[in-house]
Design a protein around this ligand. Structure first.
Ligand SMILES: Nc1ncnc2c1ncn2[C@@H]1O[C@H](COP(=O)(O)OP(=O)(O)OP(=O)(O)O)[C@@H](O)[C@H]1O
Ligand SMILES: [Mg+2]
Length: 360
């Protein structure tokens, strides 16, 4: 259950010393272009990830007139503080140094819907994997260590392939094969759970959104070539060991869980046949189902939606908020405020963002 009770954006891009007590349910932030709406959503995301979805460089986020970024919050009675300069980083949870970023993401799981991050349907495989693994990680946090080890080993293998040093490869292949099984298994289980949730949701859809959208199906590609069983160690290792020469020619390992992908389809139409609007709607369905699945597992993510009316029409905005409201999750939405958003809910707190200053 993640609820941000208090938030203090000390310094983050154009936001400085902004203190607020958000609503437990819907929080709407209105502001014209370039006032700080996306910066605010990014600050919340940063708090849950210790990184941005827009940039990999800390110096982009440090305010122009400062050398420090700092965001703090009280989340479910736990005090979190994140302080960074371009060379130093300090994260404390209840005044104790945080062990790792996964401690942060478990405290503040966030599902983000933002044009800056991109839409999952029609998006690049990397983006699709990142959303998929977000869900996998929240259901099975131990997998984060597996991902990390896998990536380290993959790096070693690619170095050896560049140097054409094939002697040590067998050793690293066996390690990689072993870890790849855990990743594939967890992803397959997660996709199964998502599919179950989709089927259930279609049947008991009070909002009418899912029925109106149609049938979403997900075709998971595990990243290996046809014929390799991703859940069988011998099958994976045999494939790796018998194809060394082709990997050497490519100078990298071009298959494995790091190349996994999901092809989405709507009413049997595949992704590249869908209109931009259909892709957006389907992405939304995917995100909502991910949130629903986590809620069913008793993990309540905070939902961040940037620029809501540029992405969704009035009816979808209302259906989305009704759906999320019924799940009792905390939501932060930004909007430019040109369209009169007709929220049916009473449980909404509205803020204005003006030149980096947030007022209620
Ligand atoms: N490191 C920084 N320090 C100070 N200001 C910054 C920094 N990075 C970006 N800004 C400024 O913050 C302002 C607000 O940006 P933001 O992306 O939050 O706008 P927005 O309200 O989302 O606008 P839009 O409606 O156009 O999406 C911009 O003018 C931007 O130049
Ligand atoms: Mg913006």
């Amino acid at each position: 259950m993640a609820i941000i009770e208090k938030l203090h954006v000390h310094r983050f891009r154009n936001l400085s010393n902004q203190y607020l007590e958000p609503n437990k349910n819907i929080n709407l932030f209105l502001g014209k272009n370039a006032q700080g709406k996306t910066n605010f959503i990014e600050a919340l995301y940063y708090l849950g990830h210790n990184r941005s979805f827009k940039t990999t460089k800390t110096k982009d986020i440090i305010p122009f007139d400062s050398n420090l970024l700092q965001v703090g919050a009280i989340i479910d009675d736990v005090r979190v503080l994140l302080k960074k300069t371009s060379s130093k980083s300090e994260i404390t949870i209840n005044q104790q140094k945080a062990q790792n970023n996964s401690q942060l993401s478990q405290l503040l799981p966030t599902q983000i819907i933002s044009p800056d991050r991109g839409f999952v349907v029609g998006g690049a495989p990397k983006l699709k994997r990142s959303y998929l693994d977000w869900g996998v990680f929240h259901i099975k946090p131990t997998l984060l260590t597996t991902y990390k080890s896998y990536n380290k080993i993959l790096k070693n293998i690619n170095l050896l392939l560049v140097k054409n040093n094939t002697k040590e490869l067998e050793y690293w292949f066996s390690k990689l094969a072993y870890l790849s099984l855990d990743i594939s298994k967890a992803r397959l289980e997660y996709i199964d759970a998502l599919n179950n949730t989709i089927n259930k949701t279609h049947k008991s859809d009070k909002v009418g959104f899912f029925q109106q959208v149609g049938d979403l199906t997900m075709n998971f590609q595990n990243g290996w070539v046809k014929g390799v069983d991703p859940l069988d160690y011998d099958s994976v290792l045999y494939y790796l060991s018998t194809n060394i020469q082709s990997f050497v020619r490519l100078k990298h390992l071009a298959c494995g869980p790091h190349k996994a992908n999901i092809e989405y389809s709507l009413n049997r139409k595949t992704e590249n046949h869908l209109s931009r609007g259909e892709q957006k709607t389907l992405s939304l369905v995917y995100w909502l189902v991910q949130v629903l699945l986590l809620v069913e597992k008793n993990i309540k993510p905070v939902v961040l939606i940037d620029d809501i009316s540029s992405e969704l029409d009035q009816q979808k905005i209302n259906q989305t908020l009704q759906f999320l409201s019924a799940l009792d999750v905390q939501i932060f939405i930004t909007d430019i405020g040109n369209t009169a958003l007709n929220f049916a809910q009473e449980n909404i707190k509205t803020f204005q963002i003006n030149n980096g200053i947030i007022s209620q």
